[in-house]
Design a protein. Structure first.
Length: 104
């Protein structure tokens, strides 16, 4: 399952930088978790990092996004491919910009 942040969140900002998938973001009022990116930290850590650091324990599993360990692992692999593609695109754009600069 993906996790979710309840309205007990005090916006302490601690969890957001701990997420290896950049799944946590500041919503209109409190922090939120993008279920498409949350793998319960599967693939990165043995336990959900946001849960470990949250001082008010307001990050339960999201019953609306029930997922098996196998599904979470597949999500992790899909996200890794996206990251690699984005890095490759950024690298290619950088190379093209450098070539353009040297040709000017
Ligand atoms: S469980 Fe892990 S992947 Fe999911 S939001 Fe928390 S830190 Fe991010
Ligand atoms: S660590 Fe907990 S209280 Fe702090 S911003 Fe994250 S969800 Fe909210």
């Amino acid at each position: 399952m993906a996790l979710m942040i309840t309205d007990e969140c005090i916006n302490c900002d601690v969890c957001e930088p701990e997420c290896p998938n950049q799944a946590i973001y500041l919503g209109p009022e409190i922090y939120q978790i993008d279920p498409a990116k949350c793998t319960e930290c599967v693939g990165h850590f043995d336990a959900p990092q946001c849960v470990q650091v949250c001082p008010v324990s307001c990050i339960p599993v999201d019953p609306g996004h029930a997922e098996s360990q196998a599904t979470l692992w597949q999500k992790y692999q899909r996200l890794q491919k996206q990251v690699q593609t984005q890095r490759l695109s950024a690298s290619q754009a950088s190379s093209l910009a450098a070539a353009s600069d040297s040709g000017a």
